[in-house]
Design a protein around this ligand. Structure first.
Ligand code: IVH
Length: 663
C-alpha cells in the first residue's frame, strides 16, 4: 500500500470521525447512524494497527490508551481557578449589582448561566491539540487527570484551529448516566454513589482511565483562562469562539441589563431545574463586557464580576401521619416517618427515614406533628424540623417496639450501637443475610450471586431460603431487572457447580451460630455425612478436639428446627452433596521447613501455611540455611534476596501447586 495514500485516508477518516463525534456528543444531533460511524472507526483502527507510526495523540482512537497509574501528578495552574462568591437571596443579588455599578457605571449587561454541579477542570491545548487536563485542586495547584479527561467524548482532542489555549469547564455526570451506574453497582453489590456529583468525582479520580471511560461523563466549557490567539470583547463572544473551536459550551439562560429580570429567573429556575438532564445547584451571573471585568478585578478568592446564586435547599410543610418501623435485611429496626405526600425538589415523597431512637428524641418528632421536609444537595429527603408551635396536644410520641414487628422476636440495642436490632433467627428480614452468606466465597462460593441479585430474587418471591437457589431457572433469573443473558447463564452454571462443594463448606454455609470454617471442617471430617450430624447429640460433638459445649449445643438446636431440616431435604433433592469429601493429602512435605514471602494469587498466607502443615511440613519466619524452600509470590521482598544469597531453593506458586499435588 502506498504510505502517502494511507496517510491521506487516515487524515480524512479522522476529520470525518471528529465531525461526527462533534455532532453526536457536543451538539447531541447526529447525522449518521452507529453502523456507518463504526465502519469508519474500524477502518481507522485497522489502518493504525497496520501503520502504528501514523498514530497521533489527537486521533479519535486514542481516548482510552494509558495504563492505570499509581497516583496523580500535580499541575500548577497558569491562571488560578478561582471560585465564586455566593448569593442566597434577592437582596444579595441586588448588593452584587450595586457593587458592580458603583465601579463601572450603570451600563452593565449580565449573562446568566446554570451552575453545573460537577467538578471544575482546566483543559490545555497546544497548537489545537489537547495536552493536559487538571482538577481545580486548591485553585492554584490541581491534579493531572489528562488520561481520564481524554476519555470524555464531548471534549475535543483536536480543535478546529491550531491555537494555544487553556479553558475551564465543569465535568458532570448526566442524571440518566448516574441512575444507570448506580443500578449496575447495586446489582454488583457495590456501594452506591449519593448523587451525580459524587459519581462524577469518583469517576474522574480513577487511577485506571479504562474505568473512567465507562462512566458517561460530560462537560460544559464556560471560560477562557488564557490565550494569545484571539481578542474578544465580551463573554458571549468568547463562548461563541469556544464553540467555533469545537467545545461544548455552557448554555446561556439570560442576557439582560435588568436586575429584576435576574431575580425572577433565579426564582423560576428553582423549579425549572428539575427538568434538566443534569444537576445544577444554582445559577451564575456574570458581567458580559470583558473590559468592565478587567476594571472590576478580583478579591483574593473570587472575581468581582460574577456571583453564584445558590438555590436554597427545598423544603415543604406536611403532616406526619405515622412513624412505622421497618426491619432491614440485617435485622436493624429503622423508624420511618410517613407523611402526607408533598412535592420536594421535583419529586413526590411521602416517607423519610428517622434513623434511630436518638434522632427522633433529639428532634422531638411526634406522630401528628406538622414537619418541614427538606431535600438538600442530596437526593434523600429528611425531616428538617417539626413545627412545635403548631401542636394541638393530640400528637403522640414514638416508642421503639421491644419485639420485632415482623417475627415477634426480642429487639435489643447493643452496647455502643445507635441501632435497635431484631435477634430472631427466623426473622424474614434476616433471611436475606443468611442467603448472602450461603453463596459467599468461603461458603458455597456461587460466583456472580451477590447481595443485590439475592435481594431481587427475594423481592420477586423467586426464593424463600438458600435451598430455593437450586431450583431457579434461567428464565426466572433473566426476568430480573438489568440481568443479561450471559450473566444469567453464568450464575446458573455457578449454582450448579456449587452442589459439589462438600459437607464442610455446606455446614459453614448454613450459617449455624458459632460454626465458622474451622469448626465446620472438623465436624464434617468427623461425621462424614449430614445425616450423622442431624441425629447426633451434644456429647457426640464433644468427642472432637477443639469443639466445646457452646458449638455442640448450637448445632443440636439448629437441627431441631423443622425449617432447617426442610432446608436440608430441599438441598438433598436438588442434588447438593451432603457428604464430606476426604482429601487425600499424604505426607509429601514431611519434615520440610518453608518460608513464605510476597503475595500468592490463589492462597492467603494462612491457606498456604495450612496446606504445608497438613502435609507434614512447617512454616518458619526467617530465611536461613536450615530452610528447605522459599515460596515467593508477587512483590516478594528481602526474604527472597536472602534466599538467593544463601542458595536456598526458591519456588513460585506453580511449583508450589505441583508440590501439593494440586496442579
Ligand atoms: S464561572 C472565574 N460558570 O462553580 C470563573 N463556574 O465556585 C469562575 N461552576 O467550581 C467560574 N457552573 O467550576 C462558572 N456556569 C458556570 C459554572 C461554574 C459551575 C462551578 C465552578 C466552581 C464553582 C464556583
Amino acid at each position: 500500500m502506498d504510505i502517502q495514500k494511507v496517510k491521506e485516508e487516515v487524515q480524512k477518516l479522522r476529520e470525518k470521525i471528529r465531525y461526527h463525534n462533534y455532532r453526536y456528543y457536543v451538539l447531541d444531533d447526529p447525522e449518521i447512524g452507529d453502523y456507518e460511524y463504526d465502519k469508519m472507526l474500524n477502518r481507522l483502527i485497522e489502518l493504525e494497527n497496520k501503520f502504528p507510526e501514523l498514530i497521533t495523540p489527537d486521533s479519535p482512537t486514542q481516548r482510552v490508551g494509558g495504563q492505570p497509574i499509581k497516583e496523580f501528578g500535580t499541575v500548577q495552574h497558569v491562571v488560578p481557578l478561582l471560585s465564586l462568591a455566593n448569593a442566597f437571596n434577592d437582596g444579595e443579588l441586588k448588593d452584587f449589582d450595586r457593587r458592580v455599578k458603583n465601579t463601572v457605571g450603570r451600563d452593565v449587561r449580565y449573562i446568566i448561566e446554570p451552575k453545573i454541579d460537577g467538578l471544575s477542570v482546566a483543559l490545555e491545548y497546544e497548537k489545537g491539540v489537547f495536552v493536559r487536563g487538571a482538577t481545580r485542586g486548591d485553585g492554584f495547584v490541581g491534579e493531572d487527570i489528562t488520561q481520564n479527561i481524554r476519555t470524555i467524548k464531548s471534549i475535543p482532542l483536536k480543535l478546529n484551529k491550531p491555537v494555544d489555549i487553556i479553558v475551564r469547564g465543569e465535568v458532570f455526570m448526566p442524571k440518566k448516566a448516574f441512575e444507570k451506574l448506580n443500578t449496575e453497582r447495586a446489582l454488583a453489590g457495590q456501594n452506591l454513589f449519593a448523587n451525580p456529583r459524587n459519581a462524577a468525582a469518583g469517576s474522574l479520580r480513577q487511577l485506571d482511565p479504562k474505568i473512567t471511560a465507562t462512566r458517561d461523563l460530560d462537560i460544559f466549557v464556560f471560560n477562557i483562562q488564557q490565550t494569545r490567539d484571539v481578542h474578544l470583547k465580551s463573554h458571549m463572544e468568547s463562548l461563541e469562539y469556544l464553540k467555533e473551536l469545537g467545545f461544548k459550551i455552557i448554555p446561556a439562560i439570560l442576557n439582560t441589563a435588568s436586575i429584576e429580570d435576574m431575580a425572577k429567573v433565579c426564582n423560576d429556575w428553582q423549579d425549572k431545574r428539575h427538568a434538566l438532564s443534569f444537576d445544577i445547584d444554582g445559577l451564575v451571573l456574570k458581567v458580559d463586557d470583558l473590559s468592565q471585568r478587567e476594571v472590576l478585578g478580583f478579591t483574593a478568592k473570587n472575581p468581582r464580576w460574577a456571583i453564584a446564586y445558590k438555590f436554597p435547599p427545598e423544603r415543604q410543610e406536611t403532616k406526619i401521619l405515622d412513624i412505622i418501623v421497618q426491619v432491614g435485611r440485617t435485622g436493624v429496626l429503622t423508624p420511618t416517618a410517613v407523611f402526607e405526600p408533598v412535592v420536594v425538589a421535583g419529586s413526590t415523597i411521602s416517607r423519610a427515614t428517622l434513623h434511630n431512637k436518638d434522632y427522633i428524641k433529639q428532634k422531638d418528632i411526634r406522630i401528628g406533628d406538622i414537619a418541614i421536609i427538606q431535600k438538600a444537595g442530596d437526593v434523600i429527603p429528611e425531616v428538617y424540623e417539626v413545627r412545635k408551635e403548631k401542636r394541638t396536644g393530640d400528637e403522640k410520641p414514638f416508642t421503639m417496639p421491644n419485639v420485632c414487628p415482623i417475627c415477634g422476636a426480642k429487639v435489643v440495642r447493643l452496647e455502643g450501637e445507635a441501632a435497635s436490632r431484631c435477634i430472631g433467627d427466623a426473622c424474614p428480614a434476616q433471611i436475606s443475610r443468611l442467603i448472602i452468606h450461603f453463596a459467599s466465597r468461603d461458603a458455597m462460593d456461587i460466583d456472580g450471586l451477590g447481595p443485590a441479585i439475592i435481594n431481587q430474587l427475594l423481592d420477586n418471591g423467586l426464593i424463600h431460603d438458600a435451598g430455593d437457589l437450586y431450583y431457579i431457572t434461567h428464565d426466572q433469573l433473566k426476568s430480573l431487572e438489568r440481568m443479561g443473558e450471559k450473566s444469567a447463564t453464568n450464575i446458573i452454571r455457578a449454582i450448579d457447580e456449587s452442589k459439589g462443594r462438600g459437607l464442610d463448606r455446606l455446614l459453614f454455609a448454613l450459617g449455624i451460630p458459632l460454626v465458622g470454617t474451622r469448626a465446620a471442617s472438623l465436624i464434617a471430617g468427623y461425621f462424614g455425612h449430614i445425616d450423622n450430624i442431624i441425629t447426633a447429640e451434644a456429647d457426640d460433638f464433644l468427642q472432637i478436639d477443639e469443639i466445646g459445649d457452646k458449638i455442640a449445643n448450637s448445632i443440636v438446636t439448629f437441627f431441631r428446627q423443622p425449617q432447617n431440616i426442610a432446608l436440608v431435604e430441599k438441598l438433598r433433592k436438588a442434588g447438593v452433596s451432603l457428604e464430606y469429601k476426604r482429601r487425600e493429602i499424604g505426607n509429601a512435605l514431611e519434615g520440610m521447613a518453608f518460608v513464605l514471602t510476597g503475595t500468592l494469587e490463589n492462597y492467603t498466607r494462612e491457606e498456604a501455611k495450612q496446606a504445608i502443615e497438613e502435609r507434614g511440613g512447617r512454616v518458619v519466619s526467617s530465611v536461613s540455611k536450615k530452610v528447605d524452600c522459599v515460596l515467593a509470590g508477587e512483590k516478594a521482598g528481602s526474604k527472597l534476596q536472602k534466599a538467593k544469597d544463601l542458595g536456598v531453593k526458591i519456588i513460585d506458586e506453580e511449583e508450589f501447586n505441583a508440590l501439593l499435588n494440586r496442579s
